[in-house]
Design a protein around this ligand. Structure first.
Ligand SMILES: [Zn+2]
Length: 115
């Protein structure tokens, strides 16, 4: 299982490293796990809408990922279908995704939507 400290894949001030597409995609997946799992209490879990990335026997696993908050306050992302434990994330607490989804903001008239 991959163990990730997201700060190794972010800029010093916590942003995505934009000029490395591979790293960006990997970190985006980690950020989504943090957004889903950060607000869980320890020993709680929830299903995400993120597809399992495994391809057992060359066929995409049909599972969706679950995130678990461990007793050490890490976020474990795993698939219940293929039993793959994809990643264990620690030191995520100060990332910008730790508090869950962005809070709603009103549409500003200059956005050009909802005309
Ligand atoms: Zn799977």
């Amino acid at each position: 299982m991959l163990v990730v400290d997201p700060w190794h894949w972010l800029t010093e001030d916590g942003h995505f490293i934009a000029d490395n597409p591979r790293l960006y995609r990997r970190m985006l997946r980690i950020a989504r796990f943090i957004e889903y799992g950060g607000e869980l209490d320890q020993r709680e879990m929830r299903e995400t809408l993120m597809e399992c990335a495994r391809r057992p026997k060359g066929k995409a696993c049909p599972g969706l990922m679950w995130v678990v908050k461990t007793q050490k306050d890490e976020i474990l992302a795993h698939c219940m279908i293929c039993r793959n434990e994809e990643v264990l994330i620690h030191n995520w607490q100060k990332t910008e995704w730790a508090g869950g989804m962005m809070k709603p903001v009103p549409v500003s008239p200059d956005e050009g939507v909802l005309n």
